[in-house]
Ligand binder design. Structure first.
Ligand code: SF4
Length: 330
């Protein structure tokens, strides 16, 4: 099997008392898109920052293309930055307001000494065309562009070096709903055309349904379920994923009627003091006594690649087998 482009093992990131990420493992293969989904406060953005080394992990390892980069110095990391790029949520604040679009998109080419300034213009023009922008835009400043156009510039900058991995952190959530779909379609087309791997971070499960090959659902610093996208959408195993999916809009009214809406009470508890046992027990409609004390492991009941961290998914291993009538269908 090919070496994964990204491998994260037992990642922990604590900010003082805040346990933002608490033992998370995942891999992304070549050309694969992983949708990392969770509510605000789940720690999903912290994972992206750790991958790019914008923040130092507390423990665990991060491997890019087979190389352990967890403790590399900034200097040693520099050549690897060619292969990993980020697309940010807010396309406005992530673009230097005083730089022209040409300067912004050519900056990675010049920083990594791929070409000289005079040669870069052609590459920038080709890249802008790829993201659906006219080359006349090269001389404009970011404030002269719409939000959707600015995010296209952000994509052009991230992709101009043809990276192996793109970390996209909520790339469409700051955009008007009317332009979200066109930017998502563009990302899908670019990914298929250029073949980069992608860690796509989002709070909205429906955003990644047609883009991601696999989904990982995060809750309070941990993955609670992961699996191939179609399988996870057809048969979510964890009560949290079931609740997220039941709240997502369904375009087909017949399917919408079939879907029972599960409303979760309360907010995500503070990562300063996550609940003991299963972290989801304070909001889980199916919680039982043992959930308050025993943390369920991420397990696939059929030994496949669709594990979930819930005692009800593996009833034979349930810590409280005495509770009757509580099983999940999958
Ligand atoms: Fe709900 Fe218990 Fe399963 Fe956690 S382990 S998701 S609290 S049923």
């Amino acid at each position: 099997m090919n070496e994964p482009v990204l491998r994260i093992d037992s990642l922990v990131k604590h900010y003082g008392q805040v346990r933002a990420v608490d033992g998370l493992s995942l891999t992304i293969g070549q050309g694969e898109v992983l949708g990392l989904v969770g509510e605000s406060g789940s720690g999903k953005s912290t994972v992206g920052k750790c991958v790019l080394r914008l923040t130092e992990p507390t423990s665990g390892t991060i491997t890019l293309g087979g190389r352990d980069v967890t403790h590399l110095s900034r200097r040693a990391m520099r050549p690897l930055r060619r292969d990993v790029h980020m697309v940010f949520q807010d396309p406005y604040s992530s673009l230097n307001p005083r730089f022209s679009i040409e300067q912004i998109v050519s900056e990675p080419l010049l920083r990594h000494k791929v070409m000289r300034r005079r040669e870069a213009g052609e590459r920038v023009a080709a890249m802008l065309e790829k993201v659906g922008l006219r080359t006349e835009m090269m001389s404009r400043l970011p404030h002269e562009l719409s939000g959707g156009q600015r995010q296209r510039v952000g994509l052009a900058r991230a992709l101009v070096l043809e990276p192996k991995l793109v970390v996209a952190d909520e790339p469409v959530s700051a955009l008007d709903v009317s332009v979200q779909a066109s930017v998502l379609n563009l990302i899908t087309d670019l990914q298929r055309d250029m073949g980069f791997s992608c860690l796509f971070i989002t709070h909205d499960l429906s955003v990644v349904e047609f883009l991601a090959d696999r989904i990982a659902v995060m809750y309070l610093g941990k993955i609670v379920e992961t699996g191939p996208t179609a399988e996870l959408f057809a048969g979510p195993r964890h009560p949290y994923t079931q609740a997220l999916l039941s709240a997502a809009p369904v375009p087909d009214p017949a399917r919408a009627r079939e879907r029972r809406r599960i409303v979760l009470g309360g907010d995500v508890p503070s990562p300063l003091d996550p609940p003991a046992g299963c972290r989801f027990h304070t909001r889980c409609p199916l919680a039982f006594d043992a959930c308050r004390t025993v943390d369920p492991a991420l397990t696939d009941p059929r030994d496949g690649d669709h594990p979930a961290a819930c005692h009800l998914v593996t009833p034979e291993r349930r810590p409280d087998a005495a509770v009757p009538g509580r099983t999940l269908e999958y």
